[in-house]
Design a protein around this ligand. Structure first.
Ligand SMILES: [Zn+2]
Length: 490
């Protein structure tokens, strides 16, 4: 046999071996975050009065708890009104729980459990909503702060984000209190007043709980809702988010002599700034499948066909293909790396004046594994030949650590999700920011999920025009919190 032929056989043998490894791994692959939910038994459902809950959510929407970029525009009396309304509407819950006003309109409810040796559970939902853009007001089919119940839905700003959750929790806790439920494990509800502007009113709650030595078993805050058609599997899927990306805004400043625009030098503050923005933003982070994001996709293995399962089970070989497939959708691309988004620019206040200072703001969403220090170092490297300075506009928010996908908390939430919404559950990564970031260290594990299932069509109304949730979704959400609380704390 010639050397060439021997080499050929060698290559064929290696390929065959590789194919064998791929096949074995595909067949025996254990997806992460797949605890056996069949062994978990949930508490029985409660009777939910969906129409009453819908009227209540409508009433909550009518309080215009809008947070603005400039807090001076916020109407403080609207939060006071909402607080009084909560107490009047949910008397049983307010008898069972202690309510503390923790400054800046944040609320902390505590329903003391009978067994103090058990770690508490914390539910979170924020009270504030984003503004309605004046030019879109006419496009609302029902007034944005009317809280109307029509066409099978409750309409208005906050119906989805996040008064739907706040009202659902209260409906559930009030019903449980009214029927004499006594938790063994302490239940807390922590409600921030300024989540949409990242005002951090929840910081005071976190400080209070830490000063009391509270360490919760788990915390559940808003996240993504489940979808009726996931971009990867094409089927229903609920993503229970286990980590949050970091958030940081960089200020890029270029200075120059200024002067009249009729006699410009070649190099000005604006040309320097432009080059710097292009140098930073034109140098994107590579997309990688790693950490919690890798887990979140591998967890889909049981729900996809052989081809996709083969790729998910053999990321050592197929990572580039998977990355390309996930990145084909903007929401998929965003979780695969730290994103770089130039958002604001400032130069001269007059068209014929050269600025002495030009500023750009670049917003970064930092992937787990990266830090704000890495981002700064990398950006400094990109602009090292340019006369610009880089600073953080505000202190950065680092990405959070990943929570467990095998804990009792994960298992109970996942089971309640699966049973209420009839969708498989997989871990995921939060692209945006939530109030739970300020509660870091208070709970062993933090999970983010907005308990409902939406179609891709319905998802478009989040923070947009015609925000609403269906009465059926609201009913399911109440049931979700009731069963979770009864099972986890009962
Ligand atoms: Zn929200």
């Amino acid at each position: 046999m010639g050397a060439g032929r021997m080499f050929g056989w060698g290559v064929a043998g290696l390929l065959l071996l590789g194919a064998g490894v791929v096949a074995v791994r595909t067949v025996t692959f254990q997806a992460p975050g797949q605890t056996d939910l069949s062994k978990v038994t949930l508490a029985e459902p409660i009777a939910v009065d969906a129409d009453r809950a819908a009227q209540h959510l409508g009433a909550a929407i009518r309080f215009q708890t809008v947070t603005h970029q400039d807090p001076a525009e916020d109407r403080s009396d609207q939060w006071d009104g909402l607080h009084a309304w909560l107490a009047a509407t949910y008397p049983a819950a307010h008898r069972a729980m202690v309510r503390e006003d923790v400054g800046a309109h944040a609320l902390l409810y505590t329903w003391k459990g009978s067994d103090p040796s058990l770690e508490p559970i914390i539910l979170m939902a924020h009270q504030d909503v984003v503004p309605v853009a004046p030019e879109t007001e006419a496009q609302w089919r029902h007034a944005p702060f009317g809280g109307e119940v029509a066409e099978g839905s409750i309409w208005g700003r906050g119906a989805y984000d996040d008064k739907g959750a706040l009202v659902s929790m209260m409906e559930a806790l009030d019903a449980l209190a009214a029927q004499g439920f006594q938790p063994k494990r302490t239940i807390m509800v922590a409600s921030g007043a300024d989540e949409e502007t990242r005002g951090g009113s929840v910081k005071a709650i976190a400080a209070l709980l830490k000063s009391r030595g509270v360490k919760a078993e788990f915390l559940l805050d808003e996240g993504f809702s489940g979808t009726t058609r996931d971009g990867f599997t094409g089927k229903p899927l609920a993503r229970l988010l286990i980590a949050e990306k970091g958030y940081a805004t960089m200020r890029v400043t270029a200075s120059a002599a200024g002067g009249h625009s009729s006699t410009p030098p070649l190099q000005t503050a604006v040309t320097d700034l432009s080059k710097a923005v292009v140098a930073i933003a034109g140098h994107p982070y590579p997309m990688r499948l790693k950490g919690p994001v890798k887990d979140s996709y591998q967890a889909l293995a049981p729900q996809v066909g052989f081809g996709d399962r083969m790729m998910l089970a053999n990321t050592w070989l197929f990572s580039p293909w998977l990355v390309a497939r996930i990145a084909a959708q903007p929401s998929g691309a965003a979780v695969l790396h730290t994103t770089i988004a130039p958002t604001m620019l400032q130069g001269s206040p007059k068209e014929n004046v050269l600025p002495q200072k030009a500023v750009a703001w670049i917003n970064f969403r930092i992937a787990p594994g990266d830090t704000s220090a890495d981002v700064m170092r990398r950006s400094q490297g990109a602009v090292r030949k340019l006369p610009v300075t880089l600073t953080w506009d505000k202190p950065p928010y680092e990405p959070t650590a990943s929570s467990s996908t095998t804990s009792r908390g994960w298992t109970l939430i996942a089971k309640t999700v699966a049973e209420t919404f009839h969708a498989p559950v997989a871990p995921g990564l939060m692209r945006g920011g939530t109030d739970s970031w300020f509660m870091r260290g208070v709970a062993r594990d933090t999970y983010l999920f907005t308990p409902m299932l939406l179609s891709p069509e319905e998802e478009k109304m989040i923070h947009g025009t015609n925000e609403r949730i269906s009465v059926k979704n609201l009913e399911d959400m109440v049931q979700f919190y009731a069963r979770l609380v009864r099972t986890a704390a009962g």
